[in-house]
Design a protein around this ligand. Structure first.
Ligand code: ADP
Length: 792
């Protein structure tokens, strides 16, 4: 086929390709282009439109132009006020430009018209046309920037001419110069259809991807925006309802929750509670409850820790700094800590809990404090004395009005760290009120298996207590429930001798009180005065009362100093004490030393230390009843029965009247009825008192005794030997009777105490009676002197 060649003026196009079969406006501003239009208008109005390769070139040479252009007819020319021509062209056919020529003021080119082969695969073209139309429709729909009038779209979809369709469709597309040139340069109906279809599909894919991304971005934005919007709304509402602060408060709570380091589970719960709180009316009762709860969750420590590893050397130093003596106790504590340290990294190590057992004021609490100090840890302490309800330890459920966490969580809040040294005071006192529950809650607290997830009813989330160093204290071992006791490493502190007390007072208590009373350098105390305070103003196993008395003394002196200042140090001597502390409460010489009929000096152990215990017995004519008074426990009553039975069986040996048990009533009384007394160790004392009452033989009161008695008169071992001897010694007793079975424990008694004591070890009650009972005085007429001795 012969292609036609024409020579026509050329209008170069910047940034645009106009495809055939279009009617399109073109702005013509460049002089040569204007001249070209004018030339065309004079002739048959035809021009070649050719796109520039680089739009910025003003006077393009042939090399700056694409080879392919279009043949177009100038339909309309309008001159704009600025001199530009607005030309409407109708494009007709593709043309290949062959040769350029400068004419008068414009460029002309010879171009060969390009025509598609007339024959094509009709079936293929039909399919391609249908697909192209479909793609075009979708393209128009998906293309956000393309606002094509509906009638134009309909026109494309209705086209039947396979030559027009691709050009018109491509004409509407917002493709760049390269894409459109590609369409322009593609020859052959099928090829062009395919090319355009391909470009449309390419864009559709892009749109789909874009919209997917956009959707995702939008989704995200929507969610954020929605939440933001709602939150703002809520803040506004809250502001209306509850003033300015509410919104800021919520924000602050949220920040605190995020920063708290709570485990995820807890955080989730806190955020949920916060969401609830935000919905409530500020200041309403339930908002207060929710707020209090959140505060608790935020106030207990979740991650903060303090302190160093255990350093045995340092701990020893600290313990020595804070405490006089107690060598064995300190040693045991250090051993305990050493093992604990060795097991530091051993997850499976289930160390026992340290339990310091002893009377009040022997330094249990302050030892705990020292341990904390030596490890640079926080120290907290709770008292379990009188705790009878599990809720005191574990808290009340939040559903109760005024519910709060239990003592454990409260103390953790006070500590502010997850690894304090935690002293559980008087764990035995809780046990004595034991109803099963507080003790089992304590078991959970102390059990390394369980305390990782300790649950407080109020907090209602597991709380990890496993890094806490628990130390417990007790006055008496016997009332700690077995399962708790099994978990404990028991360290006993029996009480101090007078000498030890003196050292403690001189080295620790006195300097501390001087300091506290601002009397340093103004007041001093003589050793003899300290000794007198110990003996005449206190009677205790520990040094608590001693410390109190010294404090009182310093305060009195301080008052006097303010009223009437003095120069230098004023010395407090023994004789000055009544002036500061009043009349002495205890006079060693006031103890009944003279032999008594119907009495005996016993030694008792109590949770607050050893004590002297006088047993009284009275025999009056009657029918053989035995009455026991003085708040005695069952075991003590039984041991009185045993003592009596023994005496009955051996009546004749002691000169007891035959059948005394049917003609006399016996009343055994142990004074100081307010203090409950129990235990079998008063057995021999009761036996002596009864025998004395029945025989009228006085019993020596300068002998103190302790020992359990059997029906056959054997004397059995007793507990608390050390405490009892300390008490006897302190009371000025110098002779004691002890069960022979207790001999080994004498080794634990301080040397300075043993030195002063004459100890008689016995196996049989008769040895006791023989030692203590004096011969009966010569009988005197009953009228003159009433005697307890039964009249035969
Ligand atoms: P507990 O807890 O056994 O009842 P505390 O620890 O409260 O006794 O002790 C009472 C007071 O006596 C405290 O001020 C304590 O520092 C002091 N104290 C006890 N034992 C000693 C000691 N061995 N050395 C120095 N001070 C002591």
């Amino acid at each position: 086929m012969e292609n036609r060649t024409l020579e026509l003026p050329v209008i170069p196009l910047r940034n645009t390709v106009i495809l055939p079969h279009a009617t399109s406006p073109v702005d013509v501003g460049r002089p040569r282009s204007k001249a070209a239009v004018e030339r065309a208008s004079e002739g048959d109005r035809h021009v070649f439109l050719v796109t520039q390769k680089a739009p910025e070139v003003d006077e393009p040479t042939p090399e700056d132009l694409y080879d392919t252009g279009v043949l177009a007819a100038v339909k309309q020319v309008m001159r704009l006020p600025d001199g530009t021509l607005q030309v409407v062209v109708e494009t007709k056919a593709r043309a290949r430009l062959l040769a350029y020529r400068e004419e008068r003021g414009y460029v002309a080119a010879a171009g060969e018209l390009l025509e598609d082969p007339p024959a094509y695969d009709e079936a293929l073209v039909r399919v391609l046309m249908r697909e192209l139309k479909e793609a075009f429709e979708r393209y128009v729909e998906a293309h956000k920037g393309l606002r094509l009038d509906r009638y134009k779209v309909e026109a494309v979809l209705g086209m039947v001419d396979p030559l027009r369709l691709p050009d018109v469709a491509a004409g509407y597309a917002t493709w760049n110069v390269e894409d459109k040139m590609a369409v322009l340069e593609t020859m052959g109906v099928e090829n062009r259809l395919k090319k355009v279809l391909e470009l449309l599909l390419r864009d559709l894919e892009r749109f789909a991807l874009d919209s997917k991304i956009a959707a995702r971005v939008k989704e995200q934005m929507d969610a954020n925006q929605r939440e933001y919007y709602l939150r703002e709304q809520m803040k506004a509402i809250q502001k209306e309802l509850g003033g300015e602060d509410a919104a800021g408060e919520m924000l602050e709570l949220r920040e605190r929750i995020e920063a708290s380091g709570m485990p995820d589970e807890v955080k989730e719960k806190a955020l949920k509670e916060l969401a609830r709180l935000e919905r409530m009316q500020p200041g309403s009762p339930e908002a207060t409850v929710a707020r209090t709860y959140l505060d608790w969750l935020l106030d207990v420590p979740w991650t903060e820790a303090s302190g160093d590893a255990i350093d045995i050397q340092l701990t020893r130093q600290v313990l020595d700094e804070d405490h006089y003596g107690l060598d064995e106790v300190k040693e045991r504590i250090l051993e305990f800590l050493a093992v604990r340290q060795l097991a530091e990294d051993d997850e499976s190590y289930k160390g026992p809990i340290l339990c310091l057992v002893g009377p009040p004021g022997v330094g249990k609490t302050s030892l705990g404090r020292s341990v904390a100090r030596s490890m640079n840890r926080k120290f907290v302490r709770i008292s379990l004395g009188g705790v009878r309800d599990e809720a005191e330890i574990r808290g009340h459920r939040r559903t109760y009005i005024g519910a709060l966490p239990g003592k454990i969580i409260q103390a953790m809040k006070t500590a502010g760290v997850v690894n304090p040294v935690f002293l559980l005071d008087e764990i035995d006192k809780m046990a004595s009120d034991w109803r099963g529950d507080p003790a089992s809650a304590m078991l959970e607290v102390l059990d390394p298996e369980q305390n990782k997830t300790f649950t407080d009813h109020y907090l209602d989330v597991p709380y990890d207590l496993s890094r806490v160093f628990f130390i417990t204290t007790a006055n008496s071992l016997s009332t700690i429930p077995g399962p708790l006791r099994d978990r404990m490493e028991i360290i006993e502190i029996p009480g101090y001798t007078a000498l030890e007390k003196e050292q403690i007072a001189k080295g620790f208590l006195w300097p501390r009180q001087l300091e506290a009373g601002q009397m340093k350098g103004r007041l001093a105390i003589e050793d003899a005065a300290i000794r007198r305070v110990i003996h005449e103003y206190t009677r205790e196993a520990g040094v608590r009362e001693l410390e109190r008395q010294l404090a009182k003394l310093v305060r009195r002196a301080a008052k006097r100093y303010i009223e009437n200042p003095w120069e230098g140090e004023r010395r407090v001597a023994e004789a000055d004490l009544p002036d500061y502390l009043g009349v002495p409460k205890y006079r060693p010489d006031k103890r009944e030393d003279a032999p008594q009929v119907g009495a005996a000096q016993g030694l008792a152990w109590t949770p607050v230390g050893g004590a002297l215990l006088t047993v009284e017995a009275l025999a009056v004519p009657g029918k053989g009843n035995l009455k026991l008074t003085g708040n005695l426990g069952d075991v003590m009553k039984e041991s009185a029965q045993a003592a009596l039975s023994y005496l009955r069986s051996t009546a004749s040996r002691w000169g007891l009247p035959e059948g005394f048990h049917t003609q006399w009533d016996l009343h055994v009384h142990v004074p100081e009825g307010a203090t409950p007394k129990d235990g079998p160790s008063a057995g021999i004392t009761i036996a002596v008192a009864i025998a004395s009452a029945l025989t009228g033989r006085p019993a020596r009161m300068d002998w103190a005794m302790t020992g359990e008695v059997t029906l056959r008169g054997k004397v059995l071992a007793i507990g608390g030997l050390k405490e009892k001897l300390l008490a006897a010694h302190q009371s000025g007793i110098r002779q004691v009777i002890l069960p022979a079975e207790n001999e080994p424990q004498l080794a634990e008694v301080p040397e300075e105490v043993l030195r002063d004591l004459e100890v008689k070890l016995v196996e049989q009650v008769e040895e006791v009676l023989e030692t203590v009972l004096l011969p009966a005085p010569e009988p005197t007429p009953p009228a003159d002197k009433p005697s307890l001795r039964p009249e035969a």
